[in-house]
Design a protein around this ligand. Structure first.
Ligand SMILES: [Zn+2]
Length: 60
């Protein structure tokens, strides 16, 4: 089974003290985290954002 990854929004520089934490396989977490970053943090959906999110994923 694929290892779960965690995208912890607290590790992301943010102006709104967000404590959202998304976990699942990398293929599941990245689109959810991108959606969250775009919708709730006003980021733009760019390849750089995808790369940054992949970099901040931690092992569960
Ligand atoms: Zn957040």
């Amino acid at each position: 089974m694929e290892k779960r990854k965690i995208a912890d929004c607290r590790k992301f520089p943010s102006e709104k003290n967000c404590s959202v934490c998304i976990s699942g396989s990398e293929a599941e977490v990245v689109p959810l985290a991108v959606h969250h970053a775009v919708k709730d943090h006003g980021h733009e959906d760019t390849p750089e954002l995808h790369a940054d999110i992949k970099k901040m994923l931690a092992d569960e």
